[in-house]
Design a protein around this ligand. Structure first.
Ligand code: SAM
Length: 312
């Protein structure tokens, strides 16, 4: 078995040998696991918006237990592509799905971190019991993310605005929405030149920012840009909340002291199957500029009506 030793830059190698049995020898074990985990898996997929007609990728598909389930859920107008690094697994999975009479399933033998599949070609990308086997799970998550078509989420929000003159000018320049209770909100995510463009629409008022992984001095931080303003934030786990804490910032590429940075009590969390956000943007000179809090679910769930329309 290959030993996973760090390379000279201290990065773990991206490939490691899968330690468990593959092919026919794996069928019984993986189907026992499937009988235990499939009800929760099915619920999760429905919650994520899986519906008939969708095109789905199942990463680390093994002998095809999940692939088969997804193939049945998306029906003949949809499709599922099972991806596994082991040809033994994909061959076995292909036999099992054929026996189940599925014609909307295909298999692709490739490393889940670099599949070679066309970018933005799937409505949903899923994996079960794969990441724990990978030396570099983040690379796999990036690949999963890149295969997904553009994403959108919808929900409701409450918007508050600062009343100071400078706060109103700053909000107008960026295009922040007006104060309102329980307004519809939609966020569209689109990958553009290695950055994710977030388009937020609150009751018809739209503003944009881009987000990207920080590099160099911003390594390990999430960088968000509003026009010429770049804010680098640490993502800090605080109980069940993920806090966004400003560590650095710059305007037109010129770094500025952090005590002058935009700030606010901003965090995200999950509750009742929904993503909740609580975002405040304030500045020492202006006080609160804008605050918005509410919830979002994947667009397909919202349009299916599977999530009740309650206030934020
Ligand atoms: C525990 S099995 C899970 C199979 C399936 N997802 C399920 O839940 O029944 C993990 C699978 O990941 C596959 N795997 C391991 N490393 C991989 C990699 N780098 N790329 C793609 N698949 C990989 C293995 O071959 C194995 O089939």
């Amino acid at each position: 078995m290959e030993t996973l030793t760090p390379d000279k830059n201290n990065h773990p190698p991206r490939t490691g040998e899968y330690a468990l049995a593959s092919g026919a020898a794996a069928v019984e074990r993986l189907f026992v696991l499937h009988s235990i985990y499939s009800p929760a898996g099915r619920r999760l997929l429905l919650q994520a918006g899986l519906k008939p007609g969708m095109h789905v990728a199942d990463f680390g598909c093994g002998v095809g237990a999940v692939t088969r389930m997804i193939g049945e859920m998306v029906g003949p107008t949809g499709s599922v592509t099972g991806v596994d690094v082991s040809a033994e697994q994909t061959q076995q999975a292909s036999v099992i799905c054929k026996q189940a009479g599925l014609r909307n399933v295909k298999f692709h033998t490739a490393d889940a971190c670099d599949t070679g599949l066309p970018r933005h070609s799937f409505d949903l990308v899923y994996c079960r019991f794969l990441l724990l086997h990978l030396p570099d799970p983040a690379a796999c998550l990036r690949e999963m993310h890149d295969l997904k078509d553009r994403m959108a989420a919808e929900g409701r929000a409450r918007v508050t605005r600062g009343s100071g003159r400078l706060a109103r000018i700053a909000a107008a320049i960026i295009g922040f929405p007006r104060a309102a209770e329980n307004v519809p909100v939609r966020v569209d995510f689109k990958l553009q030149n290695g950055r994710e463009r977030w388009t937020r629409t609150f009751a018809g008022c739209t503003f944009h920012s881009t987000q990207e992984q920080g590099r160099g001095r911003d390594a390990w931080l999430l960088c968000e840009r509003f026009g010429p303003v770049k804010v680098a934030m640490a993502l800090v786990l605080d109980g069940s909340r993920l806090r966004l804490i400003v560590r650095r910032w710059s305007v037109f590429g010129i770094p500025l002291p952090v005590w002058l940075a935009p700030r606010g009590n901003s965090y995200e969390y999950s509750e009742n199957g929904r993503f909740h956000f609580h975002v405040e943007t304030a500045h020492p000179f202006t006080g609160l500029i804008v605050g918005y809090r509410g919830w979002l679910v994947p667009r397909d769930c919202a349009s299916q009506g599977s999530v009740p329309s309650t206030s934020p």
